[in-house]
Every structure is written in structure tokens, then in C-alpha cells.
Design a binder for this molecule. Structure first.
Ligand SMILES: [Ca+2]
Ligand SMILES: [Ca+2]
Ligand SMILES: [Ca+2]
Length: 382
């Protein structure tokens, strides 16, 4: 995709910012996934449609992310509070960004939704939640991803097998949806509305660890417990829904490390995917810089913990195994990106690259430039 077209799409995403409490749909082929509109008041999970075949059979019912900061007296839903922006980006990606979740001056959250078709009746949907501590003190955080599936649009007849990080849900139709979490601590598979009630009541609840096998009206959730985020530190939590596909090599985007000022962010609106039928694109993107500022986007083969290499800057990618450094001036909205092709060759599956952004800003802590956290892109297989 030429840069001008990508710029238009980025602009289109920005223009739709005011509308992003509305429902978002991502699609590729027969894979069509919708997550419902946000509410400013309600903590209830949002409407979720998960379709993967030509008959548009819906296997989804509800899906939502919840958070709880140590000391909170209940789990909280990501609602339409706290400066929600974002929107649809092309057809395969959509995102929602909370600048200040619940206006508590503690968390910034980006939800990214990606999907890809792996056949005429199969595909994958990824729901990715990236959290930044925007306060000046450490935060201890629990995250919970809740999903209600009704395979083949029928509830009560689903059967589930699996583990603490993977629920395989099927029913007499034979369609199977795997709900898989990356790096979670707890999970639960229970009949509607047991988990939902625990998330909505006015009490602190952790998932019970009730694992499959399960039969009935499936609902499931995955929990990441007691994650400490230092000031400006970023962490990614994600789950994937694989409809009638093994998804053996899942494409992953994961943020790590900390930025200099809570403003400059590295991100991507592309899924790193190996597709042997066509070249796919990935991008390392940045936002939150000053307009027209000198910037650098660096991509390397390994992450690193910051050590004194460039005085005043924390490097989150290893400077000795760099793939490249690209630069220029940021757009009028303080954005920039570099686009890469993943060629149709099987040998890149599982390979990771790591990106970081830098932009000139004399108000930065070091007096000359801000830096972003790090971002890992692991190339998955279609
Ligand atoms: Ca069913
Ligand atoms: Ca609760
Ligand atoms: Ca269900």
C-alpha cells in the first residue's frame, strides 16, 4: 500500500474518532466480527457477533474487557468514559483508545481488534488490550477478558474441553471455536450468568479456576492477576478466537517497557501474518509526537532492558541487532509510520521484530527527545 493511501486511512480513522462509542466491525472473507457500542453507565459486557461462514452463522453473544486496580471494590468495565477515540481502520482492523480510563488519571487503554480468514468457513479474531500506567506511582492491576459464545446461534447445547488458557467450544453443529488467552493466570468456564454476575456485582471477585470440561450455556473468562505497572509502563493482554482452525502460529503484537512522557506511542494497525498466497504488510507506527517534529522509528531483532547507550534515552530494542532506523518529520497530527512487506515464504513464521519510536521535543525529560515503549511483532501463520 502506498504511503499516501495509508495516510488517508490513518486520517479516516482519526476523523471517525467522535463516533467510536458505536459498534465496530472487522472482516476478511466470510470472517465477520462485531463488538457492540459502548455505554457510559453500564458495566454489562458488549454485544459480540462472531461469524466465519457464507451462511453468516453467529457463534458469539457477548465479549468485554474488565479491569480492577488494587483497592477497587469491584471489577470495572471499559465504558464510554475517559476520552474514547479510534475507529475502524480498513476492514481487518479496528481500535478503541481510552486516554484516561474512567477519568481516574491512572490508566490509558488501547483495544485493538484484528481478524483474518483462514478458509471459506474459518478464521481468527484477536482482541488485544494494551494498558499504560499514566500515574506517577506503581499500579497493581488485574485484567479479565470475558466472552459468551453460543455456537451455531444456539445456547445451552455447547460442550467445552480445554485448559487454563484455552477453551475449545463446540456443539452438535460440529463447529469449534477455540478461545485462547496469552499468558493468563486464571480462567473459568461456567454457565451463563455465573461469571457475568461476578463481574457486575459490587464485590471483588476472582475467577474460580473452574476449568473445562463443561456442557451447557458456555461463558468463559481469563484473568491476569496482580500485574504491577511502574509509571509510564505499558503491558499487553490478549485473547484470540479461532473458528474451525488450529491457529498453530498466532500472530502477536505485544507492548513492553515504558515511554518517556506518557505521550509518544509506538503501535500498529496491521497484524503480522505469514500468508503464502499473497504478500501481507506490517507497519511500525507512532503517534503522540509534536507536529512536524524530527522522528526516528527503529526496528530490531531483539528486545533489551535499557542500559546507558544513548545518554538520556531508554532503548527498548537491542542496538546491536538493528534491522533499520528510519526518520523524517511527523505529520500535522504528530504521527509517522514505516511499512514492511511479509513476503509469501514460510520461513518467517515465528520470527519477531521489535520497534520503538523517538521524536524531538525540547520539553522531554532529557531536554531533546521523547521515546516510546517497545513493541514486539511476532509473525504468525495464516
Ligand atoms: Ca450451540
Ligand atoms: Ca465482582
Ligand atoms: Ca453461551
Amino acid at each position: 500500500m502506498p504511503k499516501s493511501l495509508l495516510s488517508c486511512l490513518v486520517s479516516a480513522a482519526c476523523l471517525s474518532a467522535a463516533l467510536t462509542a458505536q459498534s465496530l466491525t472487522v472482516s476478511e472473507g466470510n470472517m465477520i466480527v462485531t463488538t457492540g457500542s459502548l455505554s457510559a453507565a453500564l458495566h454489562e459486557p458488549r454485544v459480540f457477533d462472531l461469524k466465519a461462514d457464507a451462511l453468516v452463522t453467529d457463534h458469539g453473544y457477548e465479549h468485554q474487557w474488565y479491569y480492577r486496580i488494587a483497592g477497587d471494590t469491584r471489577e470495572l468495565s471499559l465504558r464510554n468514559i475517559g476520552g474514547v477515540t479510534g475507529g475502524a481502520f480498513g476492514s481487518v482492523h479496528a481500535d478503541r483508545d481510552w486516554a484516561n480510563v474512567d477519568n481516574r488519571n491512572q490508566l490509558r487503554v488501547s483495544l485493538d481488534y484484528d481478524c483474518y480468514a483462514s478458509g471459506p468457513a474459518s478464521g481468527v479474531f484477536i482482541s488485544r488490550c494494551t494498558v499504560t500506567n499514566i500515574s506517577n506511582a506503581p499500579i497493581v492491576l488485574d485484567m479479565i477478558a470475558y466472552s459468551d459464545l453460543d455456537i451455531a446461534n444456539s445456547s445451552g447445547n455447547d460442550s467445552v474441553t480445554g485448559t487454563n488458557s484455552s477453551h475449545f467450544v463446540t456443539d452438535p453443529s460440529g463447529v469449534q471455536v477455540e478461545v485462547r488467552a496469552i499468558g493468563n493466570d486464571l480462567s473459568q468456564a461456567s454457565a451463563y450468568p455465573v461469571i457475568r454476575n461476578a463481574l457486575l456485582n459490587l464485590a471483588v471477585d476472582n475467577l474460580t479456576g473452574a476449568l473445562p470440561p463443561f456442557t451447557g450455556d458456555y461463558t468463559g473468562a481469563f484473568q491476569w492477576t496482580n500485574r504491577t505497572l511502574q509509571p509510564r509502563e505499558v503491558r499487553t493482554f490478549q485473547i484470540a478466537f479461532a473458528v474451525d482452525t488450529a491457529a498453530v502460529a498466532l500472530p502477536l503484537v505485544e507492548h513492553y517497557g515504558a515511554s518517556s512522557n506518557n505521550g509518544l506511542q509506538v503501535h500498529t494497525q496491521f497484524l503480522p501474518l505469514q500468508d503464502n498466497s499473497q504478500p501481507r504488510q506490517i507497519a511500525v507506527q507512532m503517534k503522540g509526537a509534536l507536529p512536524g517534529a524530527e522522528y526516528r522509528l527503529a526496528v530490531g531483532q531483539a528486545p533489551i532492558s535499557p542500559f546507558p547507550f544513548i545518554p538520556g534515552i531508554d532503548l527498548w530494542i537491542d542496538p546491536f541487532v538493528l534491522v533499520g532506523i528510519y526518520g523524517g518529520l511527523t505529520s500535522p497530527t504528530g504521527e509517522a509510520f514505516e511499512l514492511y512487506f511479509v513476503p509469501p515464504s514460510p520461513y518467517l513464521t515465528g520470527f519477531s521484530v521489535y520497534g520503538q519510536a523517538f521524536a524531538v521535543d525540547v520539553s522531554a525529560p532529557n531536554g531533546f527527545a521523547n521515546w516510546s515503549s517497545g513493541m514486539r511483532l511476532r509473525i504468525g501463520k495464516l
